[in-house]
Design a protein around this ligand. Structure first.
Ligand SMILES: Cc1cc2nc3c(=O)[nH]c(=O)nc-3n(C[C@H](O)[C@H](O)[C@H](O)COP(=O)(O)O)c2cc1C
Length: 217
């Protein structure tokens, strides 16, 4: 029996690897659009609660603006702002920012602010706070996060933008004041940013959209 040269094994492996890579790439291409569509629908659905009581007629995700570091919003990564319009007039901004000093790390927040600086809604998107303690910031666990609705930078006055335990106006969570303190601070900073940048925010171009996937870069 003739022995095959050693290199044929390598070639076979290379061919298998190339075929696998091509299959993965093909699968990605075929599913990318559907994933992008699903993500967009998910995002649109989840953005709505932070815009309670507000009339708007723009697809929120199409007005996405990424604000890279350094910026004055809370969080050490890029912040995201979705601009919201009614009849092409700006009516609100939705911020995705991070409260840095949660008990167990950053807390990703969605904060809706109408053009007059009033909060339309706050939701916690992501966190690692402790179940039974800090996780009551989730709307599925308690109504704690609803207390911010309708407030603004001057209601209560800026010095009262703290939890009650620190002499402020906002309820904390029993046995867990670190988490609420971080969130109150982040919301106040977001309101201050909105007040200082309200006009500019609505003149900046939206993030470019990838024609193939529909995703913003
Ligand atoms: C295991 C463990 C997990 C904790 N998780 C949280 C948390 O998620 N959020 C929080 O604010 N405090 C948490 N705490 C409590 C804090 O250590 C701290 O006691 C509390 O936030 C202070 O709240 P208080 O001012 O109501 O006493 C945790 C404590 C322990 C021991």
């Amino acid at each position: 029996m003739t022995e095959r040269p050693v290199w044929t094994g390598g070639v076979t492996l290379a061919v298998i690897a190339a075929v696998c890579t091509a299959l993965v790439a093909l699968t990605f291409q075929l599913t990318a659009q559907r994933i992008a569509d699903n993500e967009k629908a998910f995002l649109e659905r989840n953005l709505q609660p932070a815009l309670a009581g507000l009339f708007f007629d723009s697809p929120v995700t199409e007005s996405k603006l990424t604000i890279p570091q350094p910026h004055d919003l809370p969080g050490s990564e890029s912040a995201i702002v979705y601009r919201v319009y009614a009849s092409e007039e700006p009516v609100a901004a939705l911020f995705v920012v991070s409260a840095r000093d949660g008990y167990a790390g950053p807390i990703r927040l969605l904060i809706g602010v109408s053009m007059d600086g009033t909060i339309t809604g706050v939701r916690v998107l992501e966190h690692r706070e402790t179940p039974g303690l800090g996780d009551r910031i989730e709307i599925t666990k308690s109504n704690w996060v609803l207390q911010f609705d309708g407030h603004s930078l001057r209601d209560p006055e800026p010095g009262k933008w703290k939890i009650r335990g620190d002499g402020g106006s906002f309820d904390q969570l029993t046995g867990a004041s670190i988490t609420p303190r971080a969130i109150v601070k982040a919301i106040k900073a977001t309101l201050a940013y909105f007040e200082a940048n309200r006009e500019t925010l609505f003149t900046l171009p939206a993030d470019p959209v990838d024609d193939d996937t529909g995703e913003t870069d």
